[in-house]
Design a protein around this ligand. Structure first.
Ligand code: SF4
Length: 359
């Protein structure tokens, strides 16, 4: 950290007329920002407009042997600077395999936690600690424990969008890319609790025929899609195929031509021979998708509110910015930490998932 502070002084000196004064101010600002990190969620340090953020992030990444893992729901500038862009399964596989000394997770809190669980000896950074997830928050650990205790004969399959504490109470983790395979890997006579996403759970019950006990959680972004507006939009684009993420509600999934994980959706649009698609998931996916199929028309699915509300953008994912990413890499804060007893318990179901996903 001191080494980085010195670099910061040097950098500011270039733009400053009074080197000594700048150093004192910078010292204070950094100290104050670090002090207020938990409250604020990120390092609230002003970044000089003349800093080329993309170039600085690339330089710092190389200098620190860091890797940037970004989710498809991040803003295009962050996706473009990342070493790997993917869905939860791909990101956790990358986190498990990386040889970098430091992981900067451009995603939400539970994703950073998963990377830390897999890499206890590496520094895992998240640009904004307050980048949470409505789905993860819909399963408070104390209530989930009570629920689990009421059904001791059930095994617990948990969607990766949950906290480390919930993972520590689970038997197998899944993502939307491998959920069907994970459910099918469990003996048919074994009762299952599926948490926290009820929409994905219902979809899996339908696909696998397994009568699972569902936790009542949901993602606010995927529940914001409006079926009436979607059908109206489809009338205007009758040749368009509807592509949806299984976190969406059942009535959306029923009218979809394809349902799958974010990577699955991208591959479908890439390999399918249609020219027009309506996409029902977080709008950030359109960036990678349009890179893959620049000649195809991609239309974001409409939400309940008027479309000025950006309801199909995840407010949590959008808390990360290039400035925060730069500051986090520069000062190596905020860092994700997971208590060791929870980490060890949470690692087992994640490793089970990675093992099943290999085959
Ligand atoms: S899109 Fe939904 S599930 Fe994904 S991070 Fe945002 S709130 Fe969570």
């Amino acid at each position: 950290m001191n080494r980085e502070l010195n670099k910061n002084y040097e950098h500011l000196t270039l733009f400053s007329h009074g080197q000594v004064q700048t150093k004192m101010v910078t010292d204070e600002i950094v100290a104050k920002a670090t002090e207020r990190l938990q409250q604020k969620g990120f390092l609230n340090i002003p970044v000089d407009k003349q800093v080329n953020l993309a170039a600085e992030i690339t330089r710092l990444k190389k200098e620190k042997n860091a890797v940037i893992l970004a989710h498809y729901y991040q803003t295009p500038d962050i996706q473009d600077i990342a070493d790997y862009v993917g869905d939860s399964l791909g990101l956790s596989q990358q986190a498990a395999a990386t040889t970098a000394d430091m992981i900067v997770f451009a995603g939400v809190h539970f994703m950073g936690e998963t990377a830390k669980i897999l890499n206890p000896h590496k520094k895992v950074l998240l640009p904004d600690l307050k980048a949470g997830c409505s789905l993860a928050e819909s399963a408070p650990p104390d209530l989930f424990k009570k629920f689990k205790d009421q059904h001791p004969d059930h095994i617990v399959i948990t969607y990766i969008n949950c906290t480390a504490e919930i993972k520590a109470m689970s038997d197998i983790i899944c993502t939307s890319a491998n959920a069907e395979k994970i459910v099918n890997s469990v003996p048919k006579d074994q009762p299952i609790i599926f948490a926290p996403d009820k929409n994905l759970g219902r979809y899996l019950i339908n696909k696998t025929g397994r009568d699972m006990l569902l936790w009542d959680g949901a993602c606010i972004v995927h529940e914001a899609f409006a079926i009436d507006k979607l059908l109206e939009l489809h009338k205007q684009h009758p040749k368009a195929k509807i592509v949806a993420h299984p976190e969406s509600e059942t009535h959306i999934l029923k009218v979809a031509h394809y349902v799958g994980s974010t990577t699955g959706m991208i591959n479908f649009v890439k390999n399918d021979d249609n020219a027009e698609y309506i996409i029902a998931t977080e709008a950030g996916i359109l960036h990678q998708m349009s890179k893959e199929v620049p000649h195809k028309t991609l239309i974001p699915a409409p939400s309940h509110e008027d479309n000025t509300c950006a309801c199909s953008e995840c407010a949590f994912m959008r808390m990360n910015t290039m400035e925060k990413l730069y500051l986090c890499l520069k000062y190596e804060l905020p860092e994700i930490l997971v208590p060791e007893d929870i980490r060890q318990k949470a690692l087992i179901p994640i490793q089970r998932m990675l093992e099943i996903s290999k085959n």
